[in-house]
Ligand binder design. Structure first.
Ligand code: ME8
Ligand code: MG
Length: 520
């Protein structure tokens, strides 16, 4: 099984463009793996507990449960709008999740991996964590990134993170794909050094925070939000699930084939690369079953971080409504290199769509279908005419598929789309060189005309399969105009030349990618 999961989004507000990117990226990967023939389980969801949710709810004068559920609906609505098709939905308020978290806490407590101690120190409310001197900047202060910092002196429960540091260091050093892209490995190894002598505070006294999962062995406390949230990856995969829970079979989902958490760079250290593998190791998950972390970069706005206080937060719902869901999906996985940051720019979104979809692919589909209708009565012919340019087109397609596959296998969606776009450009150049509109005027050129149009239409058929993980609805329209709905069931291994059978009658062209006019 190919298990793909994303970070679960905080429900202290509405979804923003960063959330949309991560879910679309994961959805594109999930759809691509299915195309590659894998069985896939795709999990996403929301992180409903914690101080941020409690605080925002208080400000709005509602109870945190109502508030979290209200925001959760906004996420579900957006995934629906963006055609993000998940198999599992994680909500940390779910009783099945709570039960799993509590079972894990009880087990670790019983084994002495969780202990109680008094601690006096500084606490960052924004990051919901205790700070040590290592977090101080060169002036000895806690920087603005920690938000409001207060001094606390309280008893709490701690997880013996330090017991697992040596194991984690060797696991990360030995693993090829613990963190993808691999340039972030040093960051992780440095963080392990910093964490090797500190344990993780996993409780919050109810006097401060009520909005969380109660510790099963001490009801004066709730569980630290990260300890709760990270467990979603296994609880909703069926770990320790009760019979009748309707959760999947954990041994099926949590397999060794591929287990990838898609997360942003801000939550790599310490939560996903330190706490989480140590938690998994502590409950007895084997090394071969440790997940990989696919770490994406950030969408910034005009070079600046997107933030509520700057007031530059981009609303994906408004963009999808204005430009179309698939325009947004395409842009989000095209104009950023997986792992790196990019600048979000609505003008670039329109230009990318107009250039690659409206002008390039749209033009090819339209030409292929329109010319075939006019000059071949839409009947696709296979004959013995062949020439160098047609052979070059077939080679361009083979190369594009190979380039696309190797990029997608490495989660590099931008390069994959670039490869497909290059082939479409080749096809449009081929049309211009061969001028089927001129060939149609010459009866003796019939075989050549039929060959040229076949090559153009056959390319549309291939592209409609290859692009389907990114823009599924538009691809289904291309397949419907080609009158080949069965292309929707093709796997990558079945993409050989000749998807369009000889004598097949294709349909009429209808514009699929109308140009978007850029406002002045
Ligand atoms: O961190 N560009 O939730 P979250 C790209 N609940 N990605 C971005 C982004 C941006 N501008 N802003 C945020 C949390 N993200 C926790 C996760 S997982 C067990 C718990 C990404 O709502 C961010 O990196 O703050 C993270 O992967 C996801 O959105 C959710 O962020
Ligand atoms: Mg965040």
């Amino acid at each position: 099984m190919f298990y793909i999961s994303t970070a679960i989004d905080y429900t202290n507000g509405a979804p923003h463009i960063g959330h949309a990117y991560e879910k679309v990226l994961a959805d594109v990967i999930a759809r691509y793996r299915r195309l590659a023939g894998d069985e896939v389980h795709f999990l996403t969801g929301v992180d409903q507990h914690g101080q941020k949710v409690q605080q925002t709810a208080e400000k709005e004068g509602v109870n945190p449960a109502t508030f979290a559920q209200r925001n959760t609906k906004k996420f579900i609505k957006l995934w629906d709008k963006l055609d993000v098709k998940y198999d599992g939905w994680a909500e940390t308020m779910d009783e099945r999740h709570k039960a799993c978290v509590q079972k894990i806490l009880s087990k670790l407590h019983a084994e002495g991996q969780i202990y109680k101690k008094q601690y006096k120190g500084y606490y960052s409310i924004r990051q919901e964590q205790f700070l040590t001197d290592k977090e101080r900047d060169e002036n000895g202060e806690f920087g603005a990134e920690w938000g409001e910092v207060e001094e606390r002196d309280e008893e709490n429960y701690y997880f013996k993170l330090s017991d697992h540091a040596d194991w984690l260091r060797s696991h990360v050093e030995a693993s090829e794909d613990f963190v993808i892209p691999s340039f972030r490995k040093t960051e992780v190894l440095n963080a392990i050094e910093r964490a090797s002598d500190t344990d993780l505070c996993i409780s919050r006294p109810k006097t401060r925070l009520r909005w969380g999962i109660e510790l099963p062995f001490d009801t004066d406390f709730v569980t630290y939000v990260w300890f709760d949230a990270l467990i979603n990856y296994i609880s909703f995969a069926g770990y320790l699930a009760e019979d009748g829970s309707e959760l999947p079979d954990f041994s099926q989902v949590w397999s060794t084939q591929a287990n990838v958490h898609v997360i942003g760079k801000d939550i790599l250290v310490p939560s996903h690369s330190i706490y989480w593998p140590c938690m998994l190791h502590a409950i007895g998950i084997a090394d071969e079953q440790m997940p990989s972390l696919l770490v994406h970069g950030w969408w910034n706005i005009k070079g600046e971080k997107m933030s509520k206080s700057i007031g530059n937060v981009i609303d994906p719902t408004a963009l999808a409504e204005q430009f179309g869901s698939e325009t947004l999906r395409y842009y989000l996985v095209r104009d950023i290199i997986t792992g790196k940051d990019s600048d979000f720019d609505a003008d670039r979104l329109v230009i990318t769509y107009n250039t690659e979809l409206a002008n390039n692919l749209g033009n090819l589909c339209n030409r292929a279908l329109n010319m075939s209708k006019k000059s071949l009565n839409s009947i696709m012919e296979v004959n013995d005419y062949d020439d160098e340019d047609s052979a070059a087109l077939r080679k361009s397609l083979t190369d594009a598929i190979a380039g696309y596959r190797s990029a997608m296998d490495n989660y590099d969606t931008a390069t994959a789309l670039q490869k497909l776009n290059e082939h479409v450009s080749f096809c449009n150049g081929y049309a211009e060189r061969n001028e089927p509109w001129q060939l149609a005027k010459d009866e003796t050129a019939h075989n050549r005309l039929a060959t040229v149009l076949y090559h153009m239409a056959e390319s549309c058929a291939h592209i409609s399969v290859l692009l389907s993980p990114v823009i599924p609805e538009a691809c289904a329209k291309i397949q419907s105009q080609l009158r080949l709905p069965e292309l929707a069931d093709k796997k990558l291994s079945e993409l050989t030349w000749g998807l369009i059978p000889a004598g097949h009658e294709i349909g009429k062209p209808k514009p699929i990618f109308p140009r978007i006019q850029l406002e002045e």
